[in-house]
Design a protein around this ligand. Structure first.
Ligand code: IFM
Length: 430
């Protein structure tokens, strides 16, 4: 079923690969990395994969993989100055990159926000501040005009759950705030920013498809007794975002939250958030089990004796089929792309080889899971491997490797892993 015009690609994000810290503004991740005990290996994004320096070589590598498309994100602090004006150097960098991709016949899937909020906006409250949604729309206006004709597909946000919950609610991601109220307010402003940006994209580039990328970790009850807990976790972590985007409503769980935790929803907000999108990007890595807590809440619980990746995440390909078919039942979905799927594995390099057969198997089983979902009627039209290359894995720094391509961080050498070679072979067979 995964035959053309099905789109196969690889994905990255700006902060995780670019480096070149000195040619952009400070973002919340620079600040977070500089704080003690935030990043497992005390690293940061200053150098990363030095993609700003090696981008031409990286495009050659992408082309060599025989993919149809490359999903990348734009670094807001690289293209906008603190006064709101354009950083021409940053725009020029992305224009050259996008132009070179198009010249190679590689489709450009551009995400506008993959977590690197300019620090000066965080100093005004970041996503807790409604004004940030409008600042995001203004930034979208500038870049969508500057990249006219160079982008095939725009995603407004990548994984607002991570920005809001991990960043503002439990504080394990930048900006490191631990407050339920901050998390829920941030989530609403992110979604509002998505809606406002959609309007700008429709105006500036009506012929370019536009949508949003959401991550899902489907929830499963540990025992029969935990069913309700798993459903509540699902509402809180997964449905919160998709229901708002597709139906203009938050799940009913919102009514159980203390009044000051509930976001302030202005009269038009939900209509802005739920305007029509051309595609839904689905990021899937694993499922999560939940059990109920004494106060009728829910908590995560890890299953013993299951296969896991280097992140400790259960390898459960069937979860991807179950997720896609259940979303298809619950909602009227637009076309779907799997915008991220992949695995961190403890790769070892033997000379110029990385024999990551565990990752090959992860991809194999998950691609079959996508195929199963398509056979069951879900309109999935593309798949992007996360990630093109090893990179800065947020709070885990460089300790976790998700790449199809191995990065030697001392020499910046790029080495195709076995998984890259097999992905290429699969794509060439079509
Ligand atoms: O590396 C991240 C990516 O930035 C967003 N989605 C999940 C990936 C793996 O954790």
């Amino acid at each position: 079923m995964l035959k053309p015009p099905f789109t196969f690609g690889v994905a990255t994000a700006s902060f995780q690969i670019e480096g070149a810290r000195d040619t952009r503004l400070t973002c919340i991740w620079d600040t977070f990395c500089a704080e003690p005990n935030t990043i497992a290996d005390q690293s940061n994004g200053d150098i990363a994969c030095q993609h700003v320096q090696y981008w031409q070589q990286d495009i050659d590598m992408i082309a060599d993989l025989a993919v149809d498309a490359y999903r990348l994100s734009i670094s807001w602090p690289r293209v906008i100055n603190q006064d709101g004006n354009v950083n021409q150097q940053g725009i020029t960098f992305y224009r050259k990159l996008l132009t070179a991709l198009k010249a190679r016949n590689i489709k450009t899937y551009v995400t506008l926000y993959h977590w690197d909020l300019p620090q000066y906006l965080e100093d005004e409250g970041g996503w807790q501040n409604r004004d940030t949604a409008y600042a995001f729309a203004a930034y979208t206006d500038i870049v969508s005009l500057a990249f006219k004709g160079l982008v095939d597909s725009y995603a407004t946000l990548n994984e607002p759950f991570c920005s809001a919950y991990l960043g503002y609610e439990i504080g394990v991601h930048a900006p490191g705030i631990k407050s339920q109220k901050a998390g829920r307010h941030a989530a609403h402003h992110l979604l509002l920013g998505h809606g406002l940006a959609m309007k700008i994209l429709r105006k500036n580039c009506p012929d370019v498809e536009a949508g949003i990328v959401l991550n899902f970790s489907p929830t499963y009850p540990l025992t029969e007794e935990d069913k309700l807990a798993a459903q509540r976790a699902d509402q809180y972590h997964n449905q919160w975002y998709i229901k708002a985007v597709l139906e203009g409503q938050y799940p009913s769980l919102i009514n159980e939250l203390p009044l000051d935790v509930q976001p302030n929803i202005a009269p038009d907000d939900m209509a802005i958030i739920s305007q029509s999108i051309d595609f839904l990007g689905v990021n899937y890595y694993t499922r999560i089990h939940y059990q109920k807590t004494a106060d009728d809440g829910f908590e995560e619980v890890a299953l013993p004796d299951v296969a896991i990746t280097d992140m400790g995440w259960e390898i459960y390909p069937q979860g991807l089929t179950e997720l896609l078919t259940s979303l298809n039942k619950l909602y009227t979905l637009p076309k779907v792309y799997i915008t991220e799927n992949g695995a961190a594995m403890a790769d070892t390099r033997q000379g110029n080889q990385v024999l990551d057969y565990d990752r090959v198997s992860y991809y194999h089983t998950h691609l079959n899971a996508v195929d199963d979902a398509i056979k069951q009627g879900v309109d999935v039209q593309g798949y992007f491997a996360w990630s093109l290359m090893d990179n800065f894995e947020w709070a885990y720094g460089y300790e976790k490797r998700f790449g199809l391509v191995y990065i030697d961080y001392i020499t910046q050498q790029r080495i195709l892993k076995e998984s890259a070679k097999q992905y290429r072979a699969l794509l060439k067979q079509r």
